[in-house]
Design a protein. Structure first.
Length: 220
């Protein structure tokens, strides 16, 4: 079992290295670094029928047309180089590893009713407008252009504390507070809210009761 695990980890590292060296138009990012404290267990490992929520989320991004997908979180592809900083800290860590990515399509791991078509629509509208794009009243999923506006925001909130350079150098830092929120990030750069064609796709499962609702709706 140990040898199989080692081979899997080596293969994963090789894939990440290859991606790092390639041009990436849009990088798919699954956010799986949360504590899952309200759920009481790792949300990424919850089984949605035959697949874990992590596998389901990665497949959604691939089905949305992205050939490059990574998972953000300490136990996954991109560990948080800035601790105690929430989703924005995960974004900083991903961009430190993939500075050449022209944009990110970010998906949290707790949306069991999300569809690939909704993510494709979000990405398309974001690319056409060159704006950070999200579904109205929900700051993630998020299409995020990697441009000067984003660089300025991150520099204002992280570089002053040496965190951007430390993240790039692979050193781990801890933010004094929770760091800037997703709302703060989005409202600080050109952005647009998009009305979801099906609001059910945005139902998130943060608690056991919400997960039971999902199981009943999907009949598993």
């Amino acid at each position: 079992m140990t040898n199989i695990t080692n081979i899997t980890n080596i293969t994963k590292m090789a894939n990440i290295t290859t991606m790092t060296n390639n041009h990436i138009d849009c990088l798919g990012v699954v956010l799986a670094g949360g504590l899952s404290s309200r759920m009481g267990q790792d949300k990424a490992k919850l089984m949605r029928a035959e697949h874990s929520m992590l596998s389901f989320s990665k497949q959604l991004l691939q089905d949305a047309g992205l050939s490059n997908v990574v998972v953000s979180g300490d136990n996954y592809d991109i560990a948080d180089t800035i601790k105690n900083c929430g989703p924005v800290g995960g974004i900083v860590s991903v961009l430190a590893a993939f500075p050449q990515a022209k944009s990110l399509l970010i998906l949290p791991v707790d949306l069991p009713l999300m569809t690939a078509s909704a993510l494709r629509d979000l990405r398309l509208k974001g690319q056409l407008s060159h704006k950070a794009s999200y579904f109205t009243d929900h700051h993630i999923p998020l299409y995020l252009p990697n441009n000067a506006y984003l660089a300025m925001f991150l520099a204002q909130h992280f570089t002053g504390q040496g965190l951007i350079s430390s993240a790039t150098n692979g050193q781990h830092q801890r933010f004094a507070s929770k760091g800037p929120s997703m709302k703060h990030l989005i409202t600080s750069i050109p952005h647009q809210g998009i009305i979801a064609q099906d609001s059910n796709t945005l139902f998130n499962s943060n608690t056991p009761a919400q997960w039971q609702q999902v199981k009943k709706q999907l009949h598993f």
